[in-house]
Design a protein around this ligand. Structure first.
Ligand SMILES: Cc1cc2nc3c(=O)[nH]c(=O)nc-3n(C[C@H](O)[C@H](O)[C@H](O)COP(=O)(O)OP(=O)(O)OC[C@H]3O[C@@H](n4cnc5c(N)ncnc54)[C@H](O)[C@@H]3O)c2cc1C
Length: 418
């Protein structure tokens, strides 16, 4: 027998689950909503271990969900931070072509940014660069003035406060262990009891494919964890970077390449790289989980991806174990950098969805069926885009679950958040 009944259960207290809960509790004040999170705090995984960048939306394919939701979400994020006194700064980003071969790609990136509606993009000459990032190397530069930084851990806390203020419930240290679907009702079993619900939204990040499987929805993808390791610039050398310095990315990959990021909490980070992790929530190089590793290696899509990209993967592993290789990659952006300027910092693990054919899912992916909605792929820039993603998932849930027509939920028209 379930211990309690709800209209809707959301699994996952990361930035995506919380934003979704915040939109739904604002829109449907009588909705009996429960968000369950297995950790003792919200935002413990990807949402609390990232670069803290409010991306502009320049990188993403025009017309994609990523492009649309990132551009909308970035503006909303800045507004949200200002409205709720969360530190945020628009410090701008310089994308750097390190040699002449990269210049056409830098120009294409600018065109992509213009197509995505990003204002103020400007190619810089050396004189102009000196004013903005005097220590940056390379041969040509693109200024993205609207890029910012914030603290996504603090954003998660605020989303959680608003969910509870608006009448939603959040249950921490509550891990979903199984899901049983019945007629008109689903029972979510956890380590802290069972909850019956009419609707379910899966925002379980690094575990979203497993939660789908628990709910008898065979995922079309497998989550493969990629760890991103950071170094910190020592305090005496943080003057080398004023804002954000990024390379021209290889658009075949969803990762942006190692870069320099000024932190809103102070200091400058260098990284992250992207190495295959042997544990889904494995933040150290030595972390290993048999189930996670066997799951990755047993998936045909992994070997198809490895056959295509083994050289890039091997280079990332090499850089992970050899500091001098990491430093060399960074010196292309910042020639004055010395190995002694960098000390190891933390890491984050990205949930990257992979298809059976070996292709990496590029765009955000949400799937709604049978009173359930599964969020399968929300990699970067999902923290930036979280307000727009939450609104989009709430819209899909309203349509897919018929929430708007359920009188008991006291539906009121959607309103924009401040
Ligand atoms: C290294 C790194 C750098 C990044 N940099 C940026 C950046 O600068 N800007 C940007 O916009 N984005 C960035 N991102 C991406 C961004 O952080 C993520 O896309 C976003 O945080 C995803 O949020 P989420 O809620 O889906 O996942 P998560 O934050 O991982 O949340 C999922 C939650 O589900 C919970 N959960 C899982 N299984 C269960 C279960 N069975 N029961 C209960 N709870 C469960 C987990 O404990 C977790 O808290 C970065 C990511 C990484 C890893």
């Amino acid at each position: 027998m379930p211990d309690q009944s709800f209209d809707l259960v959301i699994i996952g207290g990361g930035i995506v689950g919380l934003s979704t809960a915040m939109h739904l509790t604002s829109q449907f004040p009588k909705l009996r909503l429960l968000l369950v999170e297995k950790e003792d705090h919200v935002g413990r995984h990807q949402s609390g271990h990232n670069s803290g960048v409010i991306h502009s939306g320049i990188y993403y394919k025009p017309g994609s969900l990523k492009a649309k939701l990132c551009v909308e979400g970035a503006a909303a994020m800045v507004e949200f931070c200002r409205a709720h006194d969360i530190p945020c700064q628009i410090c701008g980003k310089v994308i750097t072509a390190i040699n002449e071969e990269e210049v056409p790609r830098l120009q294409s990136l600018r065109e992509r940014g213009v197509a995505n509606g990003i204002a103020g993009l400007r190619l810089l000459d050396r004189e102009e660069l000196r004013e903005i990032e005097p220590h940056c190397g390379g041969v040509r530069w693109l200024l993205v003035p609207g890029t910012g930084i914030t603290d996504y851990g603090a954003v998660c806390e605020k989303y959680a406060d608003l969910v509870t203020l608006q009448g939603g419930a959040i249950s921490l240290s509550t891990e979903v262990t199984s899901i049983t679907r019945g007629a008109g009702e689903t029972v979510v079993e956890t380590n802290r009891g069972a909850f019956a619900t009419r609707f379910l939204i899966n925002c379980a990040g690094l575990h979203s494919d497993r939660v789908s499987r628990m709910a008898a929805k065979k995922p079309e993808v497998r989550i493969v964890p990629f760890r991103g390791e950071y170094y910190d610039l020592v305090p005496e050398r943080t003057h080398l970077v004023r804002g954000l310095i990024y390379p021209v990315p290889d658009l075949r990959f969803p990762f942006l390449g190692v870069h320099f990021t000024r932190r809103i909490t102070g200091g400058v980070d260098a990284g992250p790289n992207a190495v295959l992790a042997f544990k889904r929530e494995g933040y150290r190089r030595t972390d290993f989980n048999l189930r996670d590793t066997a799951g990755t290696f047993a998936y045909p899509g992994f070997w198809r991806m490895a056959a295509k990209y083994w050289q890039s993967g091997a280079a990332e592993f090499y850089r992970s174990f050899r500091k001098h290789a990491f430093v060399q990659a960074l010196q292309k952006l910042l020639p004055d950098l010395r190995s002694s300027d960098l000390i190891p910092d933390g890491s984050g693990v990205r949930a990257q969805a992979l298809r059976r054919d070996g292709s990496l899912v590029d765009d955000f992916q949400f799937v709604c069926s049978d009173n359930m909605l599964h969020v399968w792929n929300v990699p970067s820039p999902a923290a930036t885009a979280s307000l727009a993603i939450g609104r989009e998932i709430a819209r899909m849930a309203q349509k897919g679950f018929g929430l708007g027509s359920a009188q008991m939920l006291g539906a009121k028209p959607a309103r924009a958040r401040s």
